[in-house]
Design a protein around this ligand. Structure first.
Ligand code: C2E
Ligand code: CA
Ligand code: CA
Length: 526
């Protein structure tokens, strides 16, 4: 509006000049040349004023014009910044959402629909953690460039944040094949090694796709939600692939969400309880210890197995709390057992990453006044290829505190002999997938035999788990002395059932009468 003002001044001056100046001008010119009488003073002043105004007005107008242009350029830049992601130059989340809504708005009239792709880099956190953030940034830039290479003519690419990208691609009604093709080409094109400095990184993406014609009132928000669910599905089915949204997935996701909510609530509600499965010396049949196995009876879902809830608890970051409550209870229970009987606990790979894990365990031991040498920590073989150095340090500090450490599920992972030798385990547990079928399957029997002699060679005692029949027990006994665990000897039982069993065998700790009277009768607990 300031430039309008300047323009108005200019225009007014010109009008006045034409109105008054035209009459006076010849006189003024003549007077200046000394030929005629000077014109009316008032009039000539007005004329000069007008000329000044015109010059001043024009200059002012030009200045303002420049100022405006500059401001416009700055605004343009600001809008660009507000619409694009500075790292990759892609659109950002807000920009692609409004572009998608704009595309959908006119699409049906054009005989079109919109495909929305959600693209997520697989294991990006691992890439970042292992190589640093600047390598992570380079990977994101490379991914963006590779996807942009494939983008069809009216397609748009955005980075939604983190390692998530999105594309919108219009397609002709009834012909979604180009979208499918685009998604397939993205996974293939991105999966080529990314050269970064002297490194060559393996990068893959998972893609979820939603289409605007699948839902009556699909807007950007809804498409993003559906594509996200489909992407999650693509991850679940092995990554490096793509998946179209299907309403059934939404149901799965809702259930999963409900499970997560129930799990969070179950920890303070004390719904997780420790069960115990006995471990015996296969030669004498004597009980040597119990393995604690977590059990959950959810008010909403009923019985849920640890194979399922441990993984969920790890993913939502509550495994630490969950496990702490269970271990605390287990230490309390195990105090009532004969001091010769050990307690074995399982720890998840997520817990092993916690640098304070050993300290936390010690704190629990001290709280429960439970001797460290009766606690055995089972680490699964799959933990070993995560961060061997960290696991090594952890094992060392657990052992320094007097605990024993065993390698669980041995044979199911890929630990090398060298690793096995370099880590100071106290015991090997042969995975039950070899032991349970060994009576009918010579291959399994051979593997068990090899592992057993391996243990002997390394001086590592062995526990065979999954001993389901007397025949298996007989075969194992032939292989030498070892510990055994399995349904043949007993299924996992509650704390009170376990104690009752031990009492019957005379293997309960010296009774402490004051405490014993308060314990509810067995029938109430079972
Ligand atoms: P695992 O450590 O290998 O535990 C042994 C599993 O084999 C248990 O399954 C047990 O019930 C089962 N089992 C015992 N004897 C036999 C047998 O003779 N035949 C067969 N087929 N199976 C037998 P469960 O209780 O379902 O636990 C599954 C897995 O969940 C455990 O495998 C362990 O990795 C994990 N887990 C259980 N409790 C916890 C826990 O408190 N923390 C962590 N981090 N993981 C746990
Ligand atoms: Ca175990
Ligand atoms: Ca096991």
């Amino acid at each position: 509006d300031r430039d309008l003002m300047a323009l108005a001044i200019g225009v007014a001056a010109i009008i006045m000049f034409i109105g008054t100046g035209a009459n006076v001008m010849p006189d003024v010119v003549q007077a200046l040349q000394g030929l005629g009488l000077p014109p009316d003073r008032l009039l000539s002043n007005a004329l000069l004023l007008n000329i000044a105004l015109i010059i001043f007005g024009l200059r002012r107008y030009r200045d303002l014009q420049e100022e405006v242009q500059e401001r416009r350029r700055a605004e343009e830049r600001a809008r660009e910044l507000a619409e694009t992601d500075p790292l990759t130059g892609c659109l950002n989340r807000r920009a692609i959402a409004s572009a998608t809504d704009a595309l959908i708005a006119g699409s049906v009239e054009r005989g079109e629909h919109v495909g929305f792709l959600m693209i997520d880099v697989d294991n990006f956190k691992r890439i970042n953690d292992a190589n640093g953030h600047s390598v992570g940034d380079n990977v994101l830039q490379a991914c963006a460039a590779r996807i942009a290479d494939l983008l069809p003519p009216r397609g748009l690419l955005a980075r939604l944040g983190g390692d998530e990208f999105a594309c919108v691609v219009p397609f002709s009604a009834g012909m979604p094949e180009p979208v499918e093709d685009f998604a397939r080409r993205i996974t293939m094109h991105v999966a080529r090694p990314v050269p970064i400095g002297h490194l060559e990184l393996e990068v893959t993406v998972s893609v979820g796709i939603a289409r605007s014609d699948a839902h009556a009132e699909a807007n950007a928000q809804a498409l993003l939600h559906m594509a996200d669910i489909a992407m999650y599905q693509a991850k679940k089915t092995g990554k490096n692939n793509h998946c179209w949204f299907d309403p059934a997935m939404e149901k799965d996701l809702r259930e999963r969400h409900e499970l997560e909510t129930a799990l969070r609530a179950a920890i303070p509600a004390g719904e997780f309880v420790p069960f115990y499965q006995q471990q015996i010396d296969i030669e004498t049949g004597r009980i040597t210890g119990f393995e604690m196995l977590a059990r959950w009876t959810s008010a909403r879902f009923g019985h849920i197995g640890p194979e399922q809830f441990i993984a969920v608890a790890e993913e939502i970051g509550v495994i630490d709390d969950l496990s702490e409550g269970l271990i605390r209870q287990a230490l309390r229970d195990a105090r009532d057992w004969d001091p010769s009987i050990t307690l074995a606990i399982n720890v998840s790979p997520v817990q092993l990453r916690d640098p304070w894990f050993a300290q936390k365990l010690i704190k629990l031991l001290v709280e429960a006044n439970f001797p460290a040498n009766r606690l055995e920590v089972e680490i699964t073989e799959t933990c070993l290829h995560e961060n061997i150095q960290q696991v090594r340090t952890l094992i060392a500090s657990l052992k320094n505190q007097g605990m024993t450490v065993s390698l669980d599920d041995f044979g199911s992972g890929y630990s090398s002999l060298a690793q096995l030798q370099s880590l100071p385990f106290d015991r090997l547990k042969i995975d039950r997938s070899f032991v349970s079928p060994m009576s009918g399957c010579t291959d399994s029997a051979t593997i068990v035999r090899v592992i057993s002699s391996l243990g002997e060679g390394l001086g590592l005692p062995i526990t065979a788990e999954g001993v389901e029949s007397a025949e298996i027990a007989r075969q194992l006994r032939d292989l030498g002395n070892m510990h055994a665990q399995g349904y043949l000897y007993g299924r996992p039982e509650s704390g009170s059932e376990t104690l009752a069993r031990l009492e019957d065998m005379g293997l309960a700790a010296r009774p402490r009468p004051a405490e014993r009277d308060q314990r509810p009768p067995l029938s109430d607990v079972a």
